[in-house]
Design a protein around this ligand. Structure first.
Ligand code: HEM
Length: 509
């Protein structure tokens, strides 16, 4: 303070403003010249030009990241670095970029270094990215073990019961925001099936508000600034602590009543053992369940909303879907089961195509934790601290792999005429990082669930829940969009949501 007041003594306000302006302009000119004039090292990844210092490319990226990435790809190639305020991100696009990021060794580029600053405040300590990588892989295996076909068979009636209870409350006719409606429905179906009847009941008794407060710690701002002394951050921390207490009581309740054995993820975790023989502490169970719930919550809500919005502009596909259900189940009144949901290819392809054109998570990041990482294909060097970013959201709409890529066309998955179906993808689908075989090559252009060691383990449950929810809505309601075309994407949340997801509906039953 003393230095500043000495420097400023005798300086008038006008002079101060004038000097500040000169300093800003000089800094700005330096920023531009440093990008245009200073020769570039050909071994270093090209940097995207930015007009504004500090902010870098944050505004263009924030507005429309997919078009930003595509236009940079045209100019700089598949690998380039851009700046998002305090972060430098090296985009690695195309199938090779997907493979480079998703198969990166843990000690070179880490998801924990990219995400843990944010996730530890939401999920809690010692789990997911806040523990050794090998322990996280064990935790993923526990979740995967709990998501098996026997459990799914029991889950479907529960999902349908929640769906029907929820949809019964809608007026015979009206207008609703599909994203919010499916969000409210999916927290019920997911908590009923994954977390169990006690948590589902607690949702109605105020736990929903705790999840809401916790969710406020999961916004793009939290990625930039994980912890600030603001009320939303305080509420997030209080919610996490209160949830831990509630879960401990539920776990205690089950342990003290051995007859109360449920077939859900909570029970799987209570019965699981780490490789060293130790059980999972209650606080970790709470965090793992929260991570599983959050993993599927917004992703599935937005996918259901996009599917219904796309369908609302394709009455021919709605008709074909109803026909498919009638042919398989006998009537639209017949209930879905796990087995008959597996035999409805159009319904499955509606979900798949929606995930292609509207992936909830279009890019995935890791952070370089060694002095430098080399992009093998062209020898370019990526320095320590940079984020490397794969963007399946870009390959999924690239005409090199998908014909007429901006058209929402579920039939492309049954006709299999897209180039993606004949391209060689790589033989890394069978690698087991500790939670079973990954199941898909990281070189695939279609990766809405990621690939490699951080690949989603909720894909099968996600598909099941989405098919049950979308199928039930289509059986029970006629609907139309309120906009002339399918709405544009809004990129301001952690997942990509429709800009306007209002639909008009009329009950059919
Ligand atoms: C439509 C639904 C879903 C979509 C689109 C989706 C998408 C993804 C993506 C893209 C990743 C990779 C993230 C990365 O590489 O950084 C991922 C990972 C993961 N997802 Fe999902 N997910 C969905 C549903 C679920 C569900 C229902 C669960 C839990 C039951 C779940 C749990 C997880 C977990 C535990 C990971 C691993 C994270 C890691 O290893 O870093 N997801 N998901």
């Amino acid at each position: 303070m003393a230095i500043i007041s000495t420097l400023l003594s005798g300086v008038s306000i006008t002079e101060l403003i004038y000097k500040s302006l000169i300093a800003i302009v000089a800094y700005w000119v330096f920023h531009l010249l440093s990008q245009l004039v200073i020769p570039k090292d050909p071994k270093v990844v090209p940097t995207v030009f930015s007009w504004v210092p500090v902010m870098g490319n944050a505004v263009e990226f924030g507005k429309d990241p997919i078009n930003f990435l595509k236009s940079c790809q045209k100019k700089y190639g598949d690998v380039f670095t851009f700046q998002l305020v305090n972060k430098k991100v090296t985009a690695c696009l195309g199938p090779d970029g997907n493979q480079f990021v998703f198969n990166a060794r843990q000690n070179l580029a880490s998801a924990a270094a990219a995400y843990n600053d944010m996730t530890k405040y939401v999920f809690g300590r010692d789990i997911v990215f806040d523990t050794q990588h090998s322990l996280f892989m064990e935790q993923k295996k526990f979740i995967k073990n709990g998501l098996n076909i026997d459990t799914f068979r029991k889950d479907v009636p529960l999902i349908l019961e929640e769906c029907n209870l929820f949809l019964d409350k809608l007026e015979p006719k009206g207008q609703v925001d599909a994203y919010h409606m499916f969000g409210a429905l999916i927290i019920n179906t997911a908590s009923r099936t994954l977390l169990g009847p006690e948590v589902r009941k607690a949702l109605d008794d105020g736990v929903a508000q705790l999840y809401y407060d916790l969710d406020q710690g999961f916004r793009p701002i939290n990625f930039m600034f994980p912890n600030l002394p603001l009320p939303a951050y305080r509420k997030r921390d209080e919610a996490r602590e209160k949830l831990a207490v509630i879960y401990s009581q539920i776990i205690e309740g089950r342990r003290s009543n051995p007859d109360n054995v449920q077939d859900d993820l909570l029970q799987t975790l209570m019965d699981s053992r780490y490789k060293d023989g130790s059980g999972i502490p209650d606080a970790q169970i709470c965090g793992i369940l929260t991570a599983a719930l959050f993993g599927g919550q917004h992703t599935s809500s937005t996918t259901s909303a996009w599917a219904i919005l796309e369908l609302s502009h394709r009455p021919d596909i709605v008709k074909a879907l109803r026909q498919e259900i009638i042919e398989k189940l006998g009537s639209l009144k017949a209930e879905f089961t796990y087995d008959n949901l597996e035999e409805l290819p159009l319904l499955e392809n509606i979900v798949r195509e929606t995930l292609r054109l509207h992936p909830p998570i279009f890019n995935m990041m890791r952070r370089v934790v060694v002095d430098e990482m080399v992009y093998e294909k062209n020898g370019l060097i990526i320095p320590k601290g940079n984020y490397i970013c794969a963007a399946p959201g870009v390959t999924q709409i690239d005409e090199t792999y998908f014909n007429n890529p901006m058209k929402w066309d579920p039939y492309r998955w049954s006709e299999k005429t897209d180039p993606v179906h004949i391209m060689e993808q790589g033989d890394d689908a069978n690698i087991d990082y500790g939670f079973g075989a990954v199941g898909i090559s990281s070189r695939s252009p279609f990766l809405p669930f990621g690939a490699g060691r951080h690949r989603c383990i909720g894909e099968k449950f996600g598909y099941l829940q989405l098919k049950a929810v979308i199928g039930t809505f289509v059986k029970r309601f006629d609907f139309e969009g309120v906009t002339e075309h399918v709405p544009k994407p809004d990129y301001t949340s952690m997942v990509v949501v429709p800009e306007n997801s209002n639909i008009r509906f009329t009950r059919r039953d």
